[in-house]
Design a protein around this ligand. Structure first.
Ligand code: BES
Ligand code: MN
Ligand code: ZN
Length: 510
């Protein structure tokens, strides 16, 4: 879909559809509604007076405006969107509404849309976020993952939206729209990676798409193979890889936005298990196919990185995707094995299905060895996250309140929801091993917390945020701007964190 910004007259611009909005219980119309209502000789007011249009949230009223009857209107149809109550309205609701509109217009014979709705709303709400969520919503509404359907029915999707402005601000509005498009495309790219079946997304394929991205952006990239990982002493990661025939790839991309200040850096690590069978601690068959998505963290990190680089922020950003399958085989690691991570900590592998934290242990040790100032890890880590928080919010942990508050601030821009869980001393004890420094599984209770405790052992004092997206990365039914399946969650929040809310210096200089 293309989204353009134009200065012009709504009535005289040709399109398949003109989009208007109405707030609930509000007699004063938005200016574009006033304009079109006049051209229609008060017909919109008539619809409202007769309760055909109420402005209720998500209400959609569509009608034709044939030339013969309405020569003043150059659009073929008009859609009046219910915006709900003004006091509850914000950019996050707007994103959801727009995704509903563009989804609704699929197969409705609409390919061009015009609207001044974002222009109207930007006068009363956060202008920048209104434009960003407008383009995000339009994109999300038409997202689909159907590349493997061989009998695709031809469908018409809206492919052009012109935002008609009454006044200036043309350049900054164009920038906001472009930012929204980039954010949405990045999230959809992450969704595509997560939805992609594991037979077509190996560590090798993941690595080559990372390299493609780094070449396109002209940034540093390195992909380590098994031999190199051995020389690094990454025993924890190697243990996980040992059951697979498909070779592991440890991917590290670097964007240098502040070369003169190497301390001004952030490292973002995404769990990239291209398929998680559980290994010798084999999972049951029910729902195992969802483990093609056990690289949701890596997908979010990689797609966020691309947009971050496009905006050239003044900070050094490193991403790591330690990619491997977790397979059972004659060479697989066994429960009870002891492995040693790159930083020398020994780990008793109590459960080979707690593999994510093992791969993260070495990725974090590697980041610390390379002088990471701050670390974020994003991982589909624990089934327990679904039990505690459900599909609606990702679990977050941190050893640094101001760092975490910057993430929360950016989540308010994106509408992604995070909920902090504690790193309490009682559950920490569950990771105790009788024979090694630590055990990789803490048993059933507080499973999301014990996993975070495990990771924190490798992080030490470095400012750090851990995000467990096990329950939010793939969802069982569509809601708000999401479809059933992959959500691409955290992609946009990470981008907004780096571009809009993060100050590394503020955290490391305190
Ligand atoms: N990848 C899974 C977690 C997961 C489960 C993600 C469901 C998405 C949906 C992870 O590797 C895992 O298997 N975790 C175990 C840990 C346990 C063995 C301590 C779990 O949650 O059962
Ligand atoms: Mn597992
Ligand atoms: Zn896993």
């Amino acid at each position: 879909m293309n989204i353009n910004v134009k200065i012009g007259d709504l009535n005289n611009t040709q399109s398949d559809l003109l989009l208007l909005g109405v707030f609930q219980n509000e007699t004063k119309f938005l200016s574009s509604t006033v304009l079109v209502n006049q051209s229609l000789d008060g017909y919109i007011k008539f619809l409202i007076d007769n309760h055909e249009v109420t402005g209720k949230l998500s209400e959609i009223t569509l009608f034709y405006t044939p030339r013969e009857f309405y020569p003043q209107i150059k659009s073929k149809k008009i859609l009046i969107l219910g915006l709900g109550q003004r006091k509850k309205f914000d950019h996050n609701i707007f994103r959801e509404l727009l995704s509903k509109v563009s989804m609704y217009l699929i197969n409705k014979n609409v390919s061009t849309i015009i609207s001044s709705l974002p222009d109207d709303l930007s006068k009363d709400f956060d202008s920048k976020e209104i434009y960003i969520s407008f383009s995000e919503g339009l994109y999300f509404g038409i997202y689909k993952f159907d590349k493997y359907k061989t009998k695709n029915l031809p469908i018409t999707i809206p492919n052009l939206c012109n935002i008609v402005l009454q006044d200036d601000n043309f350049d900054s509005i164009n920038q906001y729209i472009l930012k929204g498009i980039r954010l949405a495309k990045a999230e959809c790219f992450a969704r595509d990676l997560v939805n992609e079946p594991a037979n077509n997304l190996s560590p090798e394929i993941f690595a080559s798409s990372a390299i493609d991205i780094s070449k396109k952006l002209n940034v540093k990239s390195v992909v380590y193979d098994l031999e190199k990982l051995k020389s690094f002493g990454m025993g924890a990661f190697i243990g996980v890889t040992s059951g697979s025939d498909r070779p592991p790839k440890f991917i590290h991309l670097t964007y240098e936005g502040d070369k003169k200040n190497p301390d001004n850096n952030i490292w973002i690590i995404g769990k990239t298990i291209t398929f998680d069978t559980g290994g010798i601690s084999l999972k049951g068959p029910v729902g195992m196919s969802a483990m093609k998505g056990d690289m949701g963290g890596g997908a979010a990190v990689l797609s966020a990185f691309e947009v971050i680089c496009q905006y050239k922020p003044k900070v050094n950003v490193n991403i790591i995707c330690p990619a491997t399958d977790n397979m059972p085989s004659g060479s697989a690691q066994k429960p009870g094995d002891v492995v040693v991570a790159m930083n020398g900590i020994s780990i008793e592998v109590d459960n080979t299905d707690a593999e994510g934290r093992l791969t993260l242990a070495d990725a974090i040790s590697y980041a610390k060895k390379n002088n990471a100032s701050m670390i974020i890890d994003i991982a589909t880590l624990t089934g327990a996250a679904r039990v505690s928080l459900g599909e609606g919010q990702s679990a977050i942990f941190s050893n640094n309140d101001s760092f975490l508050s910057m993430l929360i601030e950016s989540s308010k821009l994106t509408g992604e929801v995070f909920w902090r869980l504690p790193l309490d001393p009682v559950s920490k004890k569950q990771n105790h091993s009788d024979i090694a420094d630590i055990k990789n599984s803490g048993g059933r209770s507080a499973g999301t917390i014990t996993a975070a405790h495990f990771i924190s052992e490798f992080v030490g004092d470095t400012p750090w945020i851990h995000i467990d997206i096990a329950a939010t990365s793939m969802i069982s039914s569509g809601r708000s701007w999401y479809k059933k399946g992959a959500t691409g969650v955290t992609t946009r929040t990470i981008i907004r964190l780096i571009l809009d809310t993060l100050s590394v210096k503020e955290i490391i200089n305190r």
